[in-house]
Design a protein around this ligand. Sequence first.
Ligand SMILES: [Fe+2]
Ligand SMILES: [Fe+2]
Length: 357
Amino acid sequence: MPPSLDALEVSLLNTSGKVKLDARFRTLFTLKSLASVSDENCVRVISIIGKGFEDDSALLKHELAYVLGQIRDVRALKCLEDVLADEKEHTMVRHEAAEAMGAISSPASLPLLQRYLEADPEVSIRETCHLAINKINFDSSEQGKAERARQEQLEKAHGDAISAASNAAAPIDPAPATVHVPASARAEGNVYSLENVAHFRTSLLDNSLPLFERYRAMFALRNTVQQGSKEAQELAMQALADSLVDPSALFRHEVCFVFGELCHPASVPAMSKVLDDDAEHEMVRHEAAEALGGVLEEATEGGEIAQAAVVKTLTRWAEDTSAPRVVRESCIVALDEIAYNNDPTQFQPMDAVELEM
Ligand SMILES: [Fe+2]
Ligand SMILES: [Fe+2]
C-alpha cells in the first residue's frame, strides 16, 4: 500500500527533525507521482509542497519548485509567483520557480515574468525569465502546436507501449528540443541523427543566438545521445562538454543538468572538473555533483569508470565546510543516493519507495 499523504507530508516537512535530506527528496518524488492519481490528490500535493518553502535548505526548496512545475497544474502558480517575487530567497530557488512557471506554460504568468526579465538584479533570474516567456509564447504559437503534433505523431509511429509510457513520464524541458532542421534529408522525420549533430553544435555554441534557441539545440543534442548511433552520441556528448566554457552560469548549469539526465559514463571527467572548480558558480557545481551521483548507478556494462574516484570527489566536497551549502548538500544527497541504490535490500524504484521518517 502506498504511504498516506499525511505521512508523506510529515516526511517531506521533516516535522520529526530526523528525516535525512535524500529521504525527503524521495518523498517529494513520491508526492509528484501521487499528484497524477486524482484531482483531489493534486490539490493536496501542491499544498504540501507549498509548505516546504519554509525550510532553510535552498537545495530542497529548488527541488520543490521544480516538482511544482513538473506537476504542470495552474493551481501551483500562486506559490511559484510568491517564490519568484521574494527577492530575499536564494537565486537558485527563484530561478527554479520561474522555470516552473514556464513548464506550466500559462499566458497568465507572462506579466510577472516580464517584470523580472526587465528588472531583476540577478542575471540568471533574467535569463530564466527570458526562457520561460519564450517557452510560453512558443507553446501557444501555431508553430509550437504544429511541432508538438508532429512530434507526437512521430513518437506514435515509432513508439511501442514502453516508449509511450516513458514519454508520458519524461520531464518538461525548459525549451523544447529542435525538431526541424531545414537542410536535413530527414527534415520530416527523426532529426536526432549523425548528419544533424554539426547543426545543433553550431547553434549551441553560438553566443549571438537567443538563449532559448541555444537551449533548443542543447535538448536536441540530448535526444541525439539518447536516440542516435554510437558515433552521433559521441559527437553530441563532445558538443555538450565543449559548451561548458560559456560565459552564462545558467547555460552551464543546464548543460550539467542534461549530463545528469543522460547518466553517461563519458561525462565523468567534465563533471568532476566542474565540481572541483571552486571558482565555478554554486548552481553549476550543484548540477555537476548530481550528475556524478547519477552516473554510478548506470555505469555497469563494462563500466570500469573510476567509481572510487567519483565517490572520493563527492566526499571531499561534502566535507569541505568552506564550500557553499548547496554544493555540500548536493554531494551528500548524491552519496546517499549512491549508497541507497547500491543497497541490495532496496528493490523499489525511486518514486515508489517506502516512507522513511
Ligand atoms: Fe535549474
Ligand atoms: Fe538543480
